[in-house]
Design a protein around this ligand. Structure first.
Ligand SMILES: Cc1cc2nc3c(=O)[nH]c(=O)nc-3n(C[C@H](O)[C@H](O)[C@H](O)COP(=O)(O)OP(=O)(O)OC[C@H]3O[C@@H](n4cnc5c(N)ncnc54)[C@H](O)[C@@H]3O)c2cc1C
Length: 383
């Protein structure tokens, strides 16, 4: 980008520099070890919280910074410089996936108990949607919350839950009326120290290794009714709203990651000589990289357009779905082509592209698959 995007001000630039500094000092030196260990320290959440990075758009009542949405865009863009999607995803689950619904709907008591400590990075949050038998088809979820006196009693299981092994609470999607379809879905805040809660397997994964992904079990977990978020039976609608921010940060991160992969590839291809000239000077690569740069620029325009609408509160489900679809598919293509440019070294862990290629694969699956995005776009286009 040769000049500042019109959406950003000098304050945004200063914030970008601050996030870059955080990423370079607190994440970059450690990510190889975290990937190897398949975990990272809890304190990373606290450090991000101390810098105000986990509550950018939340109110000052919960310790947030009350900033416009472009600060969140910058947060998602700068995180990719860690070159470790695992830790990035864990932090983004905390800031932009498991907590927005609490900000939007929570009572002052719910915000004080769950959101404020999450913003400080003291409590780790997880979002519990997916189940062994229900992912894309959210309405078919089977985890139930039945009323019993002043409590809900929760039974069921979730899977693929990011931050799941050590979450202090789960923003949990349940069925309060199993017969009612969409209208039977509700959102409940579940502290993980309740009786009957247990963590199953920590799942082994292809990529995003530094983050933990777990199975969760609920066996008669009893929580007071005041932990219901919003209204009972409105959970499907709340979740769809919540998904927009989740999908947007995925799209924005995908574009920033794709840009970075191309820059890495150019650096490598400039230093590697074949048949008497640097790899990037062979016409086939100059053209390939030009094509990728063009598509990344188009993707950025689409993501920024969706972010602009979202930040201004304009309905933008179609634009966000298009951005999630296009940017995440593109990131996979870019990863694949940039790995190819590295030749054999692209397959070796010494080069960042190898991890990026593995990590990218999640983008078209998590937070709503590409097929689900196409379905949403189709419906909203009257197809
Ligand atoms: C690393 C990782 C972290 C995750 N973190 C979380 C988390 O923190 N919280 C959480 O709740 N979930 C999480 N997920 C789950 C993720 O959101 C789901 O995997 C995703 O929504 C897809 O659901 P599924 O895996 O059940 O696939 P399924 O729904 O079983 O789909 C299987 C395939 O069928 C396709 N498909 C489904 N329906 C249709 C249709 N109508 N038309 C055409 N094709 C269709 C899908 O696109 C997919 O390709 C995570 C997943 C991973 C891999």
């Amino acid at each position: 980008m040769s000049e500042r995007e019109p959406f950003f001000t000098e304050q945004h630039d200063m914030f970008r520099a601050m996030v870059r500094q955080f990423v370079e000092t607190e994440l970059v030196p450690h990510v190889d070890a975290w990937e190897e260990a398949e975990e990272f320290p809890r304190e990373v959440f606290e450090k991000a919280g101390a810098q105000g990075l986990l509550g950018l758009k939340y109110g000052e009542d919960v310790g947030g910074a009350n900033l416009d949405y472009w600060y969140t865009v910058i947060w998602a863009e700068e995180l990719v410089h860690s070159r470790c999607a695992g830790v990035n995803m864990a932090l983004l689950v905390q800031s932009d996936m498991a907590t927005p619904v609490i900000h939007d709907l929570g009572t002052p008591e719910q915000k004080a108990e769950f959101l404020a400590p999450a913003v400080r990075g003291e409590k780790i949050a997880a979002l519990g949607v997916s189940e062994p038998g229900a992912g894309s088809d959210v309405v078919s979820l089977r985890t139930t919350a039945r009323k019993d006196g002043g409590d809900y009693v929760i039974d069921g299981a979730k899977t693929f839950i990011t931050n799941g092994t050590r979450a202090d609470f789960v923003t949990l999607i349940v069925k309060t009326d199993p017969e009612a379809g969409h209208g039977g879905v509700s959102v409940i805040l579940l502290p993980t120290d309740v009786k009957g809660y247990s963590v199953g397997r920590k799942l082994k994964k292809l990529g995003n290794k530094a983050s933990d992904t777990a199975e969760l079990h609920f066996d008669g977990c009893r929580v007071p009714r005041r932990y219901l978020l919003g209204e009972e039976g409105h959970g499907f609608y709340y979740l769809m709203q919540n998904f927009q921010g989740e999908r947007l940060v995925a799209a924005i991160g995908a574009v920033a990651g794709a840009q970075r992969m191309i820059e890495d590839a150019v650096r490598y291809g400039t230093s590697r000589t074949t048949f008497g000239k640097p790899v990037v000077k062979h016409q086939v690569w100059r053209h390939e990289l030009s094509q990728l740069l063009t598509e990344v620029e188009a993707a950025r325009r689409l993501a920024y357009h969706a972010a602009d609408l979202y930040g201004r509160g304009v309905p933008c489900v179609k634009e966000v779905s298009m951005a999630k679809l296009y940017c995440c598919e593109l990131a996979n293509k870019v990863a694949d082509r940039c790995l190819q440019l590295h030749g054999g070294w692209g397959y070796m862990d010494e080069y960042a592209i190898s991890r990026a290629w593995r990590d990218c694969r999640l983008l078209t699956i998590g937070g709503g698959t590409s097929e689900v995005m196409r379905e949403i776009v189709a419906k909203l286009s009257d197809l």
